[in-house]
Design a protein around this ligand. Structure first.
Ligand code: GLN
Length: 273
């Protein structure tokens, strides 16, 4: 059958098992029209070339590729970020951590985002608060390339470090250390649904807490007295992360809930002792 000239409506109808919302996303991407236009004009004709590209995107979606990797873009805290399979797709719950920093950070504070990935946390903060001096680190060279590119595209001036947590950082102290580290347990069944994302950005040992333990216990040498540490954690890790903060002499420890009412970010103050 010759497919040239079929309408948006017909193409959608033939592929409805994928879900209308996702179909509109790829239709919008391939045709260069807004989602509103796609919905409002179901009789628009698709070219053969567009149909080929739509079918490629559809196959990728069906294989579990997040739409953000197909489009190469993801919106986070009001900024648009480039993403690829080298970085975790920024999640809405991570915006909680950004909001906490914006409330907490004194004027002209210094901040380091450990394991920045696409740069989401660091760049969102830098774009909201030009007074804050933002640094960001990652172990992955390809992630750092993306974060640097995002900084360039957003015209934001950050300092980047290639480092495995604290290992290769310069001898410096910050007012705020923040991180959305890998925190999923190695054998968590949910990982199956995340198989297109970089595993090293997701899992961290048997209980998922290896990276958090390392970040908290190493933080003293890199935090100014009265500085703060903020870490995103898993839905069932609040108590355990609270204990890790306490054992490492953090004070005024508190948790913030995400949009689903789950404690998701831990904050602690370093007394400098
Ligand atoms: N929140 C992510 C998820 O469960 C995990 C992100 C992370 O490990 N930092 O999908």
């Amino acid at each position: 059958m010759r497919e040239e000239g079929i309408t948006i409506e017909r193409w959608k109808h033939a592929n409805l098992k994928t879900g209308s919302f996702e179909l509109d996303l790829i239709l919008s991407r391939v045709t260069g029209r807004s989602r509103a236009e796609i919905v409002a004009h179901p009789q628009l004709k698709l070219s053969e070339n567009q149909i080929t590209r739509l079918n490629d995107d559809l196959r990728a979606l069906e294989a579990g590729t997040p739409f953000a990797y197909i489009s190469g873009k993801k919106e986070f805290f009001g900024i648009e970020l480039e993403v690829s399979e080298s970085v975790l797709v920024p999640r809405p719950e991570t915006e909680i951590l950004v909001e906490m920093v914006l409330t907490l950070a004194p004027k002209n504070a210094t901040l380091l985002d450990l394991g920045t990935g696409s740069g989401a946390i660091a760049l969102a903060i830098a774009s909201e608060r030009p007074d804050i001096k933002v640094s960001a680190s990652d172990l992955s060279v390809s992630a750092l390339e993306i974060a640097k590119k995002n900084a360039r595209l957003l015209n934001l001036n950050l300092t980047f470090f290639h480092s495995n947590w604290y290992q290769s950082l310069p001898c410096r102290k910050w007012d705020l250390l923040v991180s959305n580290p890998p925190y999923v347990s190695e054998n968590d069944p949910h990982l199956d649904a995340l198989k297109k994302e970089p595993i090293e950005a997701l899992t961290s040992g048997r209980d998922g807490l290896d990276a958090i333990r390392q970040i908290v216990s190493g933080s003293h040498d890199f935090l100014n007295p009265n500085g703060h540490l903020l870490i995103e954690h898993g839905f069932n890790q609040s108590e355990a992360v609270g204990r890790i903060f306490m054992t490492n002499s953090f004070e005024n420890i508190l948790s913030t809930k995400d949009y689903s009412g789950i404690e998701r970010v831990k904050l602690g103050k370093f007394n400098g002792g």
